[in-house]
Design a protein around this ligand. Structure first.
Ligand SMILES: [Zn+2]
Ligand SMILES: [Zn+2]
Length: 149
């Protein structure tokens, strides 16, 4: 199981949307899929926060885009900052909170990259961590689904 940080705060560029996270997984991941590239302008970097451990303020400024049959992407309707990615097919799934929102992301480290085969050749993250292709990610999710039914 991933270890957790202490309490952390963060928010969007304009400050209309803020959050308080009681605990955040110290391990964060990156996604290079084309949807994340279009959404963020680069790779998606996000840290998981359990749904019952995060409080959002500024709900009136939050926009939700259902980007697929299984997930949503939230953004600030005033400044355009991305806020979170979240799987919507199961209740109470973690918020994948965009790393750049954290006032202080200290104590967190990158432990995985997914859709590595979709990453443009122009940049790369250094360091030893798990790197999975889109097909490998798909296989892992199919396996999880098979185990749960
Ligand atoms: Zn904003
Ligand atoms: Zn992605």
């Amino acid at each position: 199981m991933a270890s957790m940080t202490g309490e952390k705060w963060g928010g969007c560029l304009c400050g209309a949307v803020r959050f308080r996270a009681a605990q955040v997984k110290t391990e964060f991941g990156g996604c290079h899929c084309k949807m994340c590239q279009r959404w963020t302008g680069g790779p998606l970097l996000a840290a998981s926060v359990p749904a019952d451990a995060i409080e959002w303020s500024g709900a009136e400024a939050v926009g939700i885009y259902q980007s697929s049959d299984w997930a949503e992407r939230a953004f600030c309707t005033r400044c355009g900052s991305g806020l979170w990615y979240r799987v919507t097919t199961r209740p109470d799934t973690d918020y994948e909170v965009l790393l750049g929102l954290f006032d202080d992301p200290g104590g967190m480290r990158m432990t995985s990259e997914i859709f590595i085969d979709a990453k443009p050749g122009a940049y790369a993250f250094t360091g030893e961590h798990r790197r999975e292709t889109g097909a490998e990610v798909q296989a892992r999710y199919d396996l999880k689904r098979a185990e749960s039914t």
